[in-house]
Design a protein around this ligand. Structure first.
Ligand SMILES: [Zn+2]
Length: 165
């Protein structure tokens, strides 16, 4: 006996996702600023990562196919993950646009979908554009597969306070 016809785009699959406080804050922020439902934020992030992973797979397969051909050059530009971040001054909160690709070291490790690239940076004395105090920005951003954000850790430490103490 046939059941009710399924709606074409019905969302019958449920996932429960646990978030820590930082992640929850990020979700609130993105949802608020983009005026998107929180569920939509997850779906869009998933779709973007899916498309990028498909591209990375295609790149890997092409690279394997043409690895013996010295004249072969891929027709696309290699697209890497963004190293631009908005960093707040730890003293006054002023926001700085930083592009860590200006000064970083990268190392890569071969994995099943190609290399995982680790971009590391350490800006030891960065002067705030607003209050002029010095702070340090240190951390890394990991890319895997190519073009896809993997994870990051960026520490912003005040320097001026230590000298006074
Ligand atoms: Zn400042």
């Amino acid at each position: 006996m046939a059941g009710r016809p399924k709606k074409e785009d019905s969302r019958d699959n449920q996932y429960r996702v646990r978030l820590n406080d930082d992640e929850n804050e990020m979700l609130d922020y993105v949802s608020h600023m983009t005026e998107k439902a929180k569920s939509e934020v997850f779906r869009q992030a998933l779709t973007e990562l899916y498309q990028k992973t498909k591209l990375a797979e295609a790149r890997r397969d092409f690279a394997e196919e043409f690895s013996d051909d010295e004249d072969y050059e891929p027709s696309w530009e290699e697209e890497h993950v963004s190293l631009q971040r908005a960093i707040a001054c730890p003293y006054c909160g002023h926001t700085h646009m930083m592009d860590f690709s200006d000064d970083c070291s990268s190392t890569s490790y071969e994995r099943s979908m190609g290399p995982e690239v680790l971009y590391e940076f350490d800006y030891e004395e960065y002067a705030c554009d607003s209050c002029g105090k010095l702070f340090r920005v240190k951390g890394y951003i990991s890319e895997y597969p190519m073009g896809c954000y993997n994870h990051e850790e960026i520490d912003v430490e005040p320097i001026d306070d230590e000298e006074e103490g």
